[in-house]
Design a protein around this ligand. Structure first.
Ligand SMILES: C[S@@+](CC[C@H](N)C(=O)[O-])C[C@H]1O[C@@H](n2cnc3c(N)ncnc32)[C@H](O)[C@@H]1O
Length: 144
């Protein structure tokens, strides 16, 4: 029952033909190009990206690295707070560079972690959070 949501676009490079047809029959559009997460939020958009590689979140943030676009995004994915904690472990390494937008957006992020109350849901939802961004329009975002 997706019709109340609005446009629903899906991409995963491993989607099979059957999965694609099922998703289309449910009203989803399947993106034909692998954007590596670089989709711009031209309208309020929920990105449902559980347990993706950090690089995909970073690419998404980079593609929307303006206050008006970041403010339109709700992101459900791996905890940015946890990435920040790992950031201090990986200091001076290339890993930090691949996560620089995640780390830079943290100060503008409201994060709500998911509590997995049952083992039935643990595998699907552990360490995931809702992320909301709130950036003043005049704010200069430093990195590109
Ligand atoms: C670790 S799995 C997580 C799968 C599932 N969401 C979960 O929580 O079990 C990461 C997923 O990201 C997908 N992925 C990899 N590159 C992607 C891309 N460029 N765009 C969208 N999804 C991608 C992978 O195919 C895989 O399904």
């Amino acid at each position: 029952m997706f019709s109340w949501i609005g446009d629903l676009e899906v991409f995963d490079p491993i989607l099979s033909g059957t999965e694609t047809r099922v998703l289309e029959s449910l009203g989803c559009s399947i993106l034909s190009v692998n954007e590596q997460g670089r989709r711009q939020a031209l309208k309020p958009t929920l990105f449902f990206m559980p347990h993706c590689e950090a690089e995909l979140y970073d690419n998404l943030l980079q593609a929307n690295w303006r206050s008006d676009m970041l403010n339109r995004i709700i992101l459900f994915g791996n905890s940015f707070e946890t990435y920040e904690q790992y950031g201090s472990v990986f200091k001076n390494s290339n890993v930090v560079n691949l996560r620089k937008h995640i780390l830079a957006v943290r100060r503008f992020t409201k994060e709500f972690g998911i509590k997995t109350v049952s083992d039935d849901y643990f595998q699907a939802f552990h360490d995931l959070s809702w992320h909301f961004f709130s950036i003043e329009p005049e704010m200069q975002l430093n990195i590109v």
